[in-house]
Design a protein around this ligand. Structure first.
Ligand SMILES: [Zn+2]
Ligand SMILES: [Zn+2]
Length: 64
């Protein structure tokens, strides 16, 4: 049963079509294209171009 690769989620760069096994690699790569730092929510993986946006966003996760 060598099916462990099955359903493996890949992240594809929409710019150069490179694929990545992890979201972190994907984000690191996308910074090359975007030419700026982006801020990623650890909870839902949403990405934001400004730290203020991420901080505002994180409030929804901490609402409980
Ligand atoms: Zn790319
Ligand atoms: Zn989030």
């Amino acid at each position: 049963m060598d099916n462990f690769l099955e359903e493996k989620r890949l992240f594809f760069c929409t710019v150069c079509k490179t694929s990545f096994f992890t979201y972190n690699f994907y984000i690191s790569h996308m910074r090359i294209h975007w030419g700026m730092d982006i801020f990623v929510c650890d909870v839902c993986k949403g990405s934001y171009s400004q730290i203020n946006y991420l901080i505002s966003h994180m409030k929804i996760h901490r609402a409980r």
